[in-house]
Design a protein around this ligand. Sequence first.
Ligand code: FE
Length: 399
Amino acid sequence: MTQTLFTNISGLVTPGVGAQRGAAMRDLTVIPDAALLVRDGVIRWVGPRAEAPRHVPEHDLGGVAVVPGLTDPHTHAVWAGERLADFEARISGVPYEEILARGGGIRSSMRATGAAGVDELVALARPRLRALRDSGATTTEVKSGYGLDFGAERRMLQAVRVLQAEFQLVPTLLIHVPPTESRAEYVQAVCHDLIPGVAHDGLATAVDVFTEREAFTVEETRAILQAAKAHGLQTKLHADQFHAIGGTELACELGALSVDHLEASGPAQIAALAASNTVATILPGVTLHLGLPAAPGRALIDAGAAVAVGTDLNPGSSPVFSAGLALALAVRLCRLTPAEALTACTVNAAAALGLSDRGALAPGQRAHFLALHSADWRDLPYTLGANPVRNVFIGGTPV
Ligand code: FE
């Protein structure tokens, strides 16, 4: 048994345990001059320092604020190749269709990723995951989805499995880009070959589908998510990014963990999310990078939904290597309050991955927490372009 009492915390700040919805997202507990007792990687006690258990080895945090470790619930952190020429072209006004026609765009990421071996994918993803962790992400979801074929999809997930030795990762199988021909056969093969194999080998805990006019239809998505459920996997969706074609309603109907993007969600989709246990995950890095409309974060919370925030780290639409930056952008671009943004990036982001054992600083929760540089936790949502996180603790151990 190893135990440590973390002391000299100017303010310990935490949402409640488990997903928080609507106005409850603003209910933070703030304990001035706090202490935190960790035993065997789990939080055992939290409270004012004056009331802390005695005769326990102490770790003095130096008078700064402590918040829960963040969860990044949506990344595509495994990819090969780069999209720097695409970025320059887009900024210069070249339409995406022309970038695709030149051999760029998502198809270039798929070619490069499909050609890479597991070791190469691991080496490419490692510094990205380090950057996310340094920014405060103690748990990170990573999707496949750039595979040209099922072998490449599995190699992406195998790379995540290798990296799980170094990071707290949650792997998701993403069905991302439909083939240009034999679509029905492809969906059948996803349901009867890829998903059963991935489930059998424990390579993913959830299946995600990109439901969109240019990607998979609602009926294709339904078949894929039902196959996922039949094989014991959780479900989530990329939906309403450009058009609200019914993906959000389907996800709520099927009890998906989360629906992600939601930039094109209207009142019907917001109402469906507010009436469900499905987490609404918004991705403000895409809004910043592509200059597109933001997801209705404010309206979702006002309607009573549970909102989470992710980076959507990917080479094309969100080169955001910081969970803290995603939190700060959600405040500016999606009009979350600082308190709501902290809840969105902690307990709600964990709930979007089906996890209820992290994201709050309370007895029984995993001891994933952040010591900031500042004595005031609001420097976390406030700071842009510098890292407000001084130390990251995972299971009570500094990284
Ligand atoms: Fe995504």
